[in-house]
Design a protein around this ligand. Structure first.
Ligand SMILES: *Cc1c(COP(=O)(O)O)cnc(C)c1O
Length: 386
């Protein structure tokens, strides 16, 4: 117990894929050279393949929020009516951002732990036929809930509005058929399922979204999607790219391609299922039981206990970083991630550690009960007879 390996178990940043980290050491490369154009072009092509879309895919030097902002400032106009579906802290970011850019945002709110249903979106779009955009999170990381993007995509596709999806923790944790479901803008971030450090944001842009953007009148300069597209077509970025992160992304995408994006999604879903089974077995409650996300599992602390004690227990006893609740959920819930470079051994260790931490706080726990529940999920999926 005297050696504690540092483990990052949060829904961003996530554990790093070691070869991607090693690739970053080759960053003594200039970005206006043939070598870099080859790297950048290949990375964009791999990203497009991993996202599974024929839409344009662009990379920005920013955290995920930068691509969220770019989608607003490049594609919309002042005063335009948009629907913002929001069910947590990241949805609130869409609301604040669309308001900051002077859009006329119609909020479609769900309580924390709940989701906005496709039926509500459909009704809102019927009531307001002049809506020009719909904003949502595929996976709302703050509550651990996932939206029904497929059903909503179908609804938005029938209108002239564009569907803008913060899929920053949705990519790699849930199926997202960008072209098939009519997902006009799909946003990702490097520090989530892509297994590399923070600093890159990316987004896919549909023809419908580009068309809409032609009349956009909102101010923007650094995040200029048209300019990025023009440069990307030549294998370059508009401004100095984050060379080290492009090297990392290139390596991580090769790995994701070798695993298969569908398998990466299945992996997160299975780990999430095992985690839910384990915490339920331990008598804990899920925060978003109705439509739990596979990116992160949000769990309520036992009644009367501050979830910060569990977060602290992970850190001080095991050197592991898990996430507390955000905003008013702080102290109420704790969150464990499954997106990207996580495996079953992580889940077994996390659950075993959780059992120890709960016991140390005086919560009655049968050691091994949660671990066994997770093992049963593995055994069933792997066909291991018991
Ligand atoms: C992490 C995350 C973001 C982006 O946050 P940044 O700190 O800007 O990378 C946005 N939306 C969701 C759902 C996220 O999980």
């Amino acid at each position: 117990m005297h050696i504690r390996k540092q483990r990052l178990l949060t829904p961003g940043p996530t554990p790093l894929y070691p070869p991607a980290l090693h690739a970053m050491m080759a960053s003594d490369i200039h970005h206006r050279t043939e070598d870099f154009r080859k790297l950048y072009g290949e990375t964009l092509a791999d990203l497009k393949q991993v996202l599974g879309t024929s839409n344009d895919v662009l990379i920005l030097v920013a955290s995920g929020t930068g691509a969220m902002e770019a989608s607003v400032s490049n594609l919309f106009s002042r005063g335009e009516k948009v629907v913002v579906c929001y069910a947590g802290k990241f949805g609130e970011r869409w609301l604040e951002m669309t308001k900051a850019f002077g859009l006329n945002a119609i909020p479609l709110k769900a309580e924390y732990g709940d989701v906005v249903t496709p039926q509500r979106l459909e009704a809102a779009l019927e009531a307001e036929p002049d809506v020009k955009g719909v904003f949502i999170q595929a996976s709302e990381t703050s509550t651990g809930a996932a939206h029904d993007i497929q059903a909503m995509g179908r609804i938005v596709a029938k209108t002239s509005a564009i569907f803008v999806i913060d899929a920053i923790t949705g990519l790699g944790t849930m199926p997202l058929d960008i072209d098939g479901w009519g997902l006009d803008v799909v946003i990702g971030g490097s520090q989530k399922a892509f297994m590399i450090p923070p600093g890159l944001a990316f987004l896919s842009v549909s023809a419908k979204a580009w068309k809409k953007g032609e009349t956009s009148d909102l101010p923007h300069y650094y995040f200029d999607l048209k300019k990025e597209k023009k440069n990307a077509d030549k294998g370059e970025s508009a401004y100095t790219p984050s060379t080290s992160l492009i090297l990392a992304l290139n390596a991580a995408l090769k790995y994701i391609k070798s695993v298969g994006m569908d398998k990466l999604v299945a992996n997160a879903q299975l780990l999430a299922k095992a985690t839910r089974a384990a915490v339920t077995e331990l008598g804990l409650e899920l925060f978003s039981p109705g439509s739990p996300a596979a990116s992160v599992t949000a769990v309520k602390a036992p009644p009367g206990m501050d979830s910060g004690l569990i977060v602290k227990g992970f850190r001080t006893r095991f050197g592991a970083i898990i996430a507390n609740g955000q905003g008013s959920m702080k102290g109420q819930i704790f969150r464990v991630a499954h997106l990207g470079y996580f495996d079953f051994a992580d889940v077994f260790a996390i659950v075993a550690a959780l059992e120890i931490i709960l016991a140390a706080e005086g919560v009655p726990v049968k050691f091994g009960a949660g671990v066994a529940a997770a093992q049963r999920v593995y055994a069933e999926a792997a066909g291991v007879a018991r």
